[in-house]
Design a protein around this ligand. Structure first.
Ligand SMILES: [Zn+2]
Ligand SMILES: [Zn+2]
Length: 131
């Protein structure tokens, strides 16, 4: 008689391997977790604060818009709420459309001095109503 040792038991190794596999799958998204660890959960634009409840609305923005650029020090990441993130990207697209990713188009140099108003030289012409 042979005792069938059907007790397989959960192999710890299996679990470790599974976790490792998951890990590599998650690598693409891990920058989000890293960023969330690095930075306070606050939108960098509107300063909205986040908790675990609404954390899903907090996104990781890539400052140079290159999602493959993920330095571990977080220098390319910025936490933005979905609205501000959306905003940021549409603004970026606008800039690209305008030809050139130049962010330094400042039009704040509007002239502060008003053009002379020639009030004093206005000539009132009273037309004589001869007939
Ligand atoms: Zn925001
Ligand atoms: Zn982004």
């Amino acid at each position: 008689m042979s005792l069938r040792n059907s007790k397989t038991g959960k192999d710890k190794l299996d679990r470790v391997i599974a976790e490792a596999r998951q890990d590599s799958e998650k690598r693409d998204h891990s920058y989000r977790e890293q960023a969330l660890k690095l930075y306070p959960w606050i939108c960098g634009r509107c300063a909205r604060e986040f908790t675990r409840k609404n954390l899903i609305e907090l996104t990781v923005h890539h400052k140079d818009h290159n999602h493959d650029n993920n330095p571990t020090d977080g220098s390319n990441w910025e936490l933005l709420c979905v609205y501000c993130h959306d905003n940021e990207h549409s603004r970026h697209e606008e800039e690209l459309k305008r030809g050139g990713a130049q962010m330094s188009v400042k039009q704040t140099q509007a002239a502060t001095h008003k053009p002379f108003s020639n009030l004093g030289t206005m000539i009132k012409q009273e037309k004589p109503s001869h007939k």
